[in-house]
Design a protein around this ligand. Sequence first.
Ligand code: HEM
Length: 229
Amino acid sequence: MDEEDGGELGAMFPTPEGKRRLLRDVVVSFVLAGKDTTSSALTWLFWLLAANPRCERRVHDEVSRSPDGDVKGMHYLHAAITEAMRLYPPVPFNGRMAVADDVLPGGAAVRAGWFANYSAYVMGRMEKLWGKDFLEFSPERWLRDGDGDGGEFVAVDAARYPVFHAGPRVCLGKEMAYMQMKTVAAAVLRRFSVDVAAPAPRMESPPAYEMTATMKMKGGLWVRLRRRE
Ligand code: HEM
């Protein structure tokens, strides 16, 4: 197959109508996969920053130091978003059906037709994986020097943090998602302070969530934006 035919994929959708449908489905799946996930993550991020003013100040310091559009170097913001999704993963549970008998790495046997499910929400709150402070919002846990000053973001294995899934079907839009979320958060926090009206920003009484395909904050997040001097 040459380029004009669309390569291997083009061979599977040989007619112009087939190609148009394929393109439509790709666009729709990108919009569906990318819209509610990133907005859910940002909603929890803004609430968590309001509940942790020390972290909010550090994000604000970082985004104020960096020029518009340069989100790559924002390690603290990257860590804060990652930490928000540890506590509130946009895709809280997920699973697969085994097509054949198999044995999982942990030794559990799975028969063909069985479902094997996991919860990124539960895994994000396991003391065994994150330590005694697992319920705290601590972006510092993702930074190499541990205190955030000039600290570099260090990712962990996807099997420990399966927020974007893992393996060959891992999220295709992960880098784009971080880019979008960091750009939006930086643009808002550089110019405004975000006063959360409801739910109250207190870690000891976290907001209720709604479990749909993505994890939404029940009732949404009510904020008042104040332009910074
Ligand atoms: C915070 C944001 C996001 C999170 C947490 C997230 C999470 C996930 C997860 C858990 C999966 C695996 C679903 C499954 O196979 O059961 C997935 C797949 C996928 N995501 Fe994302 N996603 C995010 C943003 C995005 C964005 C912005 C895009 C595109 C612009 C995107 C495109 C995709 C695509 C195309 C797949 C399917 C990959 C495949 O099956 O090979 N995602 N995502």
